[in-house]
Design a protein around this ligand. Structure first.
Ligand code: ATP
Length: 342
């Protein structure tokens, strides 16, 4: 058996004239925290719903441990979906909401009680068992939904925008909690999100989607440092995307000059370059490549905005003590190794 738990192969799903998924393939490993990331309408939820068994693809395969998943009835698939709305039963107390996930199984009443208590203990809901969902905070309700979803010990837990209903502070706490729970229960999590910060802080690998297609699958660090296309460069992290012309030994930009960097695009082509804000060093100049239009104190750093003479806008993270005033002219320098060309 391969170390891949789930294999998605050449999956296509259309809704009328809309192609929600276009020949999508990916592999998800055992115990991964895997994120499906992309803008609204790019097909992430459709993929999640196919894995859960609520949609069926037009073509392609989904394998779990190398066996066909799509032929397994929804109810008996070793996967579970945690709904964005939590979908808790308002009239049931927390214990019953969680144990509900174990009814209609071969477990005895005593086994259901024991398994429910074990999960309540591990997820830290002990003091709330007798309460109803409306007596809990948003973060606590989410823990209940999570406990119910993993009560059956699925191989894969699917989470659709799990943190979107929570405010920022609780979101950050729940990110840590989700990682802890995933680790403790050893269940593979597949998380759908449109929030790149959330995907980066939660997932060990991310598939970046655009218009029903996967643009890149990688670790968060690799997506940030080595995006393979302009879409990913734009979508992950803050970046300066500029237009330049390729040369045999790199590229040339009207304000940045000639830069040596290897690429395989040939000379004289219009190319896009990516430089991250932390990779740029500014130096004062009488008439420089650009002029500072904004300088904002941001704790450990200063966020500087520059308008280049090409009218392109560049953002730079400068040292908080840097003497960079709005209106002053600057030149930009950087290590060519920190630039990506598309
Ligand atoms: P969001 O983050 O907004 O939920 P998404 O990336 O999850 O977006 P999907 O929900 O998978 O995107 O939708 C992909 C495309 O398929 C969209 O254009 C959507 O309108 C369309 N779509 C999804 N489900 C259906 C359906 N049942 N009937 C018709 N069109 C659908």
């Amino acid at each position: 058996m391969s170390e891949d738990l789930l294999k998605v192969r050449n999956l296509t799903k259309k809704f009328g004239t809309i192609t929600a998924l276009n020949n999508v393939s990916l592999e998800i490993r055992n115990n991964e925290m895997f994120a499906l990331l992309g803008p609204s309408g790019c097909g992430k939820t459709t993929l999640l719903r196919i894995i859960a068994g609520f949609e069926y693809p037009d073509s392609g395969q989904v394998l779990i441990n190398d066996s066909d998943l799509l032929s397994i009835p929804t109810r008996t698939r070793p996967v579970n979906l945690m709904f964005q709305s939590y979908a808790l039963f308002p009239h049931m107390d927390i214990f019953s909401n969680i144990s509900y996930g174990l009814t209609n199984t071969s477990l005895t009443k005593e086994e259901i009680n024991n398994q429910t208590n074990e999960i309540i203990e591990k997820i830290g809901l002990g003091e709330h068992v007798k309460k109803k969902p409306n007596q809990l905070s948003g973060g606590q309700q989410q823990r209940v939904a999570l406990a119910r979803a993993i009560a059956r010990k699925p191989k894969i837990l699917l989470l659709d925008e799990p943190l979107s209903a929570l405010d920022k502070k609780i979101r950050q706490e729940m990110q840590v909690e989700l990682k802890r729970i995933q680790h403790e229960f050893g269940i593979t999590f597949i998380i759908v999100t449109h929030d790149q910060e959330e995907a980066i802080s939660l997932a060990n690998r991310i598939a970046v989607f655009d218009k029903g297609e996967i643009k890149q699958i990688s670790t968060p660090q690799e997506l940030y440092e080595n995006p393979t296309n302009e879409f990913v460069a734009n979508f992950i992290g803050e970046g300066n995307i500029l237009k330049a012309t390729s040369t045999n030994s790199g590229f040339e930009h009207p304000c940045l000059g000639k830069v040596n960097i290897s690429h395989s695009m040939g000379a004289g082509k219009s190319v896009t370059i990516l430089i991250r804000p932390e990779s740029i060093i500014l130096s004062p100049a009488t008439t420089g490549a650009g002029q500072i239009t904004d300088a904002v104190f941001a704790g450990a750093k200063k966020n500087i905005t520059i308008k280049l003479t090409t009218n392109e806008i560049v953002r730079v993270y400068a040292d908080k003590s840097a003497n960079l005033e709005v209106g002053s002219h600057v030149n930009l320098s950087f290590n060519p190794q920190d630039v990506r060309v598309f």
